[in-house]
Design a protein. Structure first.
Length: 271
């Protein structure tokens, strides 16, 4: 492996963690972001400005790469076309970089727009002719905290009744992706889930307690095919509870829970 590893969405929550891990492993890293590089950024990676939504800058970003870790997401609005453009740019260079993709547990059966987009992107990668690896994980800890914190101005905190989650630590996912990027293409690898299956109501209460906020959590029962599949447990992978960091570990590391963080980069989305 002589060329740089390209990380799309490299300034997002997961992308940043992947970049850090690859650098710690001594890899040459190229970060792809829609933004230009900040003047005070002196980190030892290459910076490529480009946009998977339009294709701008992708040819330059993929040039000379041996591996691409595809973390960028548009929340489902442009993930399929963005992945298609990334594949076309990679094939257009005349090489066959290893494409590593982060996906989500349960997307085969849950009729949620974002999940459908992730599944369609997976299928594009499978048919791309490039060597590929796909890792599906459960929801990241920070997404759950962000949802709770977004309700901080409401008199109560709402949650979805009957919904269970298996949150996973994003840095552990980044470690796994970095390992896959350094290895041989493996197709669909085993899913990765967090160490505990918890109700969304319980997780919301944990967020509030960590932030020192006394507020009632009100579970809501909502209908629909998507929520039926979620309540059925389709987003869980208890047999692959390989993550170690618990939700309480995550909250303690944040030092103040959901209230301390506010909204973050768009790459928080995973689930």
């Amino acid at each position: 492996m002589n060329g740089p590893i390209l990380v799309t969405g490299g300034t997002g929550t997961l992308g940043r963690a992947v970049v850090r891990r690859l650098l710690d492993d001594g890899r040459t890293v190229r970060l792809l972001s829609r933004r230009t590089r900040p003047a005070d950024d002196t980190a030892p990676y290459e910076w490529a400005t480009g946009d998977i939504r339009t294709g701008a800058g992708l040819d330059r970003a993929v040039a000379g790469t041996d591996t691409i870790v595809h973390c960028a997401t548009t929340g489902g609005r442009g993930d399929v076309e963005g992945t298609r453009r990334l594949i076309e740019a990679a094939r257009g260079q005349g090489g066959t970089p290893h494409l590593v993709y982060i996906s989500i547990v349960g997307i085969d059966t849950i009729p949620f727009r974002y999940y459908r987009a992730k599944l369609a992107a997976e299928r594009l990668i499978e048919a791309s002719g490039l060597p590929w690896t796909v890792l599906r994980t459960t929801q990241f800890h920070d997404l759950i905290a962000m949802v709770t914190d977004a309700q901080r101005r409401l008199p109560v905190t709402l949650s979805l009744s009957g919904v269970r989650l298996q949150p996973v630590e994003v840095r552990e996912v980044a470690d796994r992706l970095a390992g896959l990027a350094a290895g041989e293409p493996a197709g669909h690898v085993p899913d990765m889930g967090g160490p505990e299956v918890r109700t969304l109501t319980d997780l919301a209460r944990a967020c509030l307690a960590a932030a020192g906020r006394r507020r009632r959590v009100v579970p809501l029962w909502l209908p629909g095919r998507t929520l039926r599949a979620v309540r059925r447990g389709d987003i869980l992978t208890p047999e692959r509870a390989v993550g170690r960091g618990t939700f309480e570990d995550f909250l303690a590391a944040r030092g103040g829970g959901a209230a301390a963080s506010g909204a973050g980069p768009s790459q928080r989305k995973q689930g």
